[in-house]
Design a protein around this ligand. Structure first.
Ligand SMILES: Cc1cc2nc3c(=O)[nH]c(=O)nc-3n(C[C@H](O)[C@H](O)[C@H](O)COP(=O)(O)OP(=O)(O)OC[C@H]3O[C@@H](n4cnc5c(N)ncnc54)[C@H](O)[C@@H]3O)c2cc1C
Length: 454
């Protein structure tokens, strides 16, 4: 298998620096070992490899390509090209770091060893976990096989299934169109609503909307946990005559009868409800990748167990985590990973210098939620689900400017600043825009704990 082969990129000349010699064998040893080179891992690897000598940072990452996943919502609606959402991994990984192109398969935090898919063991002084999430379509009976046989099934969360989304929207001629949200933490939970609003708009434009019943079947009890943005989204749903069914979790897809079976999470008995579908957009259940979920690094929910402010592991002080794989109770987005990177950098530096971590992450997360082609609300909030807005105007209002920001500006920030470790979120901009008054809006009711589901 291609991925099973260990490729050490950029380290041929430096090999002797990266290896320490034991009497019996050469062993690969890094000062900082980063697992995963997605949004969070790539950014943190750049931050540290620019400070440390070449060969002191190692990155374990199996994929050949790096994707800007937020673009997939637009790809699904035919508003962006899938090919433009990715770059070769070799182009985004820092040149001064060693790229071990394989999977991390086992973690021994007591011995500071990560075992690779090749069987090789890599030693580290400090470990940064950034493996993101695994998509578990197979937890839904009938999937993922159903995607191969039923053209009305699609999903913007997966590289292959996002390509089925536009044809499925275009081929829909009326009937039931269902969009789902699972009962696990997921990345960017705004994405299922965005593709729904864009599909609705397309069906309106081609004149079939009055033949369609659109359902948003969500495992959550609310549309969004930040009240300010929930208020806007409820208006959008109402305006578009979309039916929301709360506490409905997709458990089975019968492609032969075109039925989607949902578990009723609000029912004391294990009741299910069946919906006939003519179009089904599936947001899959997600978890950390199996090797992480089965490691000693995780809490009882299977996410890397870190302090929610310092991002330092609660048991192993030389381990940190950022991005979707950690158990910090905020929404899982690139925007959150970027902000966490700034705090992680400060705290890991402190620990490397024999000090205590001091920088405290406030749970900042953000997602531009597209409500129609050309309009967007920019949600930004903290651990308390209080709005923490960058701009000095009401971001819960649907605006063209925020859409242009999402489509044209944020991707540039991502590729040219975040991935290079140069973007720690918009905190400084927020201060400037609010004339030095930085802080959440307090006049909103909020839920206590969102556990990454927002
Ligand atoms: C459709 C969609 C829309 C989105 N929209 C937005 C948005 O508008 N705004 C926003 O901020 N965010 C959005 N996101 C979420 C955002 O993409 C993620 O939150 C972000 O990528 C998380 O970064 P990460 O580094 O934790 O994980 P990822 O970027 O997913 O990277 C994880 C990396 O770890 C690697 N890996 C996995 N297992 C192993 C292993 N065993 N060993 C080594 N490496 C491993 C993977 O190959 C991958 O490269 C969206 C996501 C999707 C899918």
């Amino acid at each position: 298998m291609k991925h099973a082969k260990l490729l050490v990129v950029n380290c041929v000349k430096r090999v002797s620096k990266s290896f320490s010699t034991s009497p019996f064998s050469l062993q690969r040893h890094y000062k900082i070992l980063v697992v995963g080179a997605g949004s969070g891992g790539c950014s943190i690897a750049h931050k540290f490899s620019s400070k440390l000598k070449a060969g002191h940072v190692g990155i374990i990452e199996p994929s050949n390509d790096h994707f800007y996943q937020p673009m997939w919502t637009l790809v699904g609606a035919g508003m962006a090209n899938l090919a433009n959402s990715g770059k070769k991994m070799s182009k985004v990984i820092p040149k001064k770091a060693d790229w071990l192109q394989t999977k991390a398969m086992a973690f021994d935090p007591d011995k500071c060893i990560v075992t690779l898919e090749t069987g090789e063991q890599v030693h580290y002084d400090y470990l940064v976990m950034a493996t993101g999430l695994q998509l578990n379509y197979d937890k839904i009976k009938g999937l993922p096989e159903g995607f191969n046989t039923d053209p009305s099934l699609c999903s913007v969360y997966d590289y292959n299934f996002v390509q089925k989304t536009l044809p499925a929207i275009q081929n829909f001629k009326g009937g039931n169109a269902i969009f789902t949200l699972p009962n696990t933490p997921i990345k960017c939970s705004g994405a299922p609503q965005q593709i729904m609003y864009l599909a609705d708009e397309m069906w309106t434009e081609i004149g079939i909307r009055d033949k369609a019943n659109i359902y948003y079947n969500s495992s959550l009890p609310v549309i969004f946990y930040v009240q300010k943005y929930a208020d806007t989204l409820l208006q959008v749903l109402d305006r578009r005559s979309i039916t929301v069914n709360y506490m409905r979790n997709l458990i089975e897809v019968k492609t032969y009868t075109r039925e989607a079976i949902f578990q009723k999470l609000d029912s004391p008995r294990e009741e299910t409800e069946s919906f006939k579908y003519d179009f089904l957009h599936v947001t899959p259940p997600m978890s950390t990748p199996d090797p992480v979920r089965e490691s000693p690094l995780v809490d009882s929910t299977g996410f890397v167990d870190v302090d929610k402010e310092t991002l330092q592991h609660v048991k192993y002080p030389n381990i940190f985590a950022l991005g979707d794989c950690s158990n910090v109770p905020t929404s899982k987005t690139s925007a959150a990973a970027a902000t966490q990177g700034g705090y992680l950098e400060k705290n890991l530096n402190a620990v490397m210098n024999g000090k205590q971590p001091f920088a405290k992450y406030d749970g900042y997360s953000s997602c531009p939620v597209i409500t129609s082609r050309g309009k967007c609300i920019l949600v930004e909030f903290n651990y308390d689900c209080l709005p923490l807005e960058t701009f000095p105007f009401n971001q819960a209002k649907e605006r063209r400017s925020m859409y242009l920001l999402k489509k044209n500006i944020i991707p540039q920030i991502y590729w040219h600043m975040m991935l290079r470790g140069l973007w720690n979120g918009p905190k400084f901009l927020r201060k400037v825009m609010h004339l030095g008054m930085d802080g959440p809006e307090k006049d909103y009711t909020h839920s206590k704990d969102i556990k990454g589901t927002n």
